[in-house]
Design a protein around this ligand. Structure first.
Ligand SMILES: C[S@@+](CC[C@H](N)C(=O)[O-])C[C@H]1O[C@@H](n2cnc3c(N)ncnc32)[C@H](O)[C@@H]1O
Length: 412
């Protein structure tokens, strides 16, 4: 047995090949100089893919009891294991993984992107490329809920958008907006993990009906700076003045990978995207955004619907429910619920798992229902969800529901 693959034999006893040694030296240097951003190990070695060996590992800086550590999350077939290493021991721990289980390493620092890849014969090769990250991965307090998420004083776009004053303080009149933004990103954070996006090398995000784009800028900040993933963000809106204003802010701040496009949700060719969001897009623009998310094959689709007018004029109360709907106000509320229930069912009919949650206290806004859809992991057959949607529409005399119509048109 190769001593490096023997768990009782510390890998450090076997000298790494030259290319691997270079990567480990660069890792040690980056940890010391605080230029480290993140490390990804992949490509399981042949014969190494048994239950006890990781298929992938991702390293980040964390702080445990005040000490910076390299935290390695080892992803196995059925579970993840986290191992935290003092910085001085981190290169040895990485070498152990490289010698035993994983063939490739991608080290991101603020000085360079460093890659260890193996050729067909299994010989490691070292490559150095231009850095894609400008900021190091500052240690995060371990096991503490992320408080980030938007640091008002460190986000110049918040000042440009009038949320923060010249001293980096959130303006009194914008506290609600700021909380809403914080909350959106806080809710988004675990969904990114669930959707399997956290360890992507790159991301593309589309925000439909972006308006004045508080969220679009925050998404760009969150993906690039907090997740540390180079991300292209596109905001689209039918209001040309807002698009011009937003592109002006991008230019003034010199932001890369953020653009705004003048278009309607229904006309815009979204292209492939990992995340599609629509926050308070008016009426059926939410359906157009959800449809765009499906067309983009997005791993994660999030919509916070706005006003809903489509179903109310069509709504017919079944005889056995007349006592429930004696008051119009309940008809109004119920048709809103029905609209979003149908959206959720239709998303599931397309292979997504969906949840509808209240994402912010209704003391901030009554438009606080969020539809979350993650691709895959569906437990219920798609046809069943479609049949449930059809049955609901029939029950309440609904002939037209925008997302249903878009899907039906696509199918014919
Ligand atoms: C209430 S604002 C929300 C803006 C932003 N998403 C937010 O939550 O702060 C709705 C925005 O959606 C845009 N909008 C409405 N219908 C649209 C459509 N069909 N296509 C593109 N944009 C649309 C409007 O121009 C407006 O800027």
């Amino acid at each position: 047995m190769n001593p490096a693959s023997d768990p009782s034999s510390p890998a450090a006893r076997v000298d790494p090949p030259e290319a691997t040694a270079r990567l480990l030296t660069e890792l040690a240097r980056a940890l010391e100089a605080q230029t480290f951003v993140k490390l990804t190990l992949s490509k399981p070695r042949k014969g190494a893919a048994d239950e006890d060996r990781p298929l992938r590992a991702v390293g980040r800086l964390v702080e445990i009891r005040g000490e910076p550590m390299l935290s390695l999350v080892l992803s196995h077939k059925t579970r993840d294991i986290t191992r935290n290493h003092p910085l001085a021991e981190a290169p040895d721990a990485v070498w152990e993984l490289l010698s035993d289980s994983l063939g490739e390493a991608y080290l991101f620092t603020t000085a360079a992107n460093l890659e260890l890849r193996t050729n067909k014969r299994g010989t490691p090769r070292f490559h150095q490329k231009a850095a894609t990250f400008e900021q190091g991965g500052a240690p995060q307090a371990h096991n503490r809920p992320r408080n980030y998420i938007l640091e008002a004083s460190k986000a110049p776009y918040l000042q440009e958008l009038g949320i923060v004053d010249g001293k980096g303080r959130v303006r009194d009149s914008k506290q609600g907006k700021f909380r809403q933004l914080q909350n959106f990103i806080r809710v988004l954070d675990p969904l990114v993990t669930k959707a399997g996006l956290r360890d992507r090398e790159r991301l593309r995000v589309v925000d439909i009906g972006c308006g004045k784009a508080y969220l679009t800028f925050a998404l760009h900040d969150y993906c690039n700076q907090v997740l540390g993933i180079p991300t292209e963000v596109v905001g689209i809106d039918q209001n040309a003045d807002l698009v011009t204003f937003n592109n002006g802010v991008v230019a003034r701040l010199g932001l890369q990978g953020l653009t705004f496009t003048h278009s309607t949700a229904e006309e815009h060719p979204t292209g492939a995207a990992d995340i599609v969001v629509a926050l308070h897009a008016c009426d059926t623009a939410t359906d157009d955004a959800l449809f765009a998310g499906l067309a983009a094959d997005a791993a994660l689709i999030i919509a916070v619907p706005c006003c809903q007018k489509e179903l109310r004029p069509q709504f017919q109360v079944p005889a056995d429910e007349l006592p429930l709907f004696r008051h119009d106000t309940f008809k109004d509320r119920y048709t809103q619920m029905l609209t979003d229930s149908l959206r959720s069912l239709l998303l599931e009919s397309q292979g997504y798992t969906s949840r509808v949650v209240e994402f912010i206290s209704d003391s901030h806004t009554h438009r606080n229902v969020m539809i979350q859809a993650i691709k895959g992991d569906t437990r219920v057959p798609r046809d069943k969800r479609r049949a449930e949607a059809d049955a609901l529409m029939a029950r309440y005399g609904i002939d037209q529901h925008r997302l249903n119509g878009l899907l039906a048109a696509q199918e014919t």
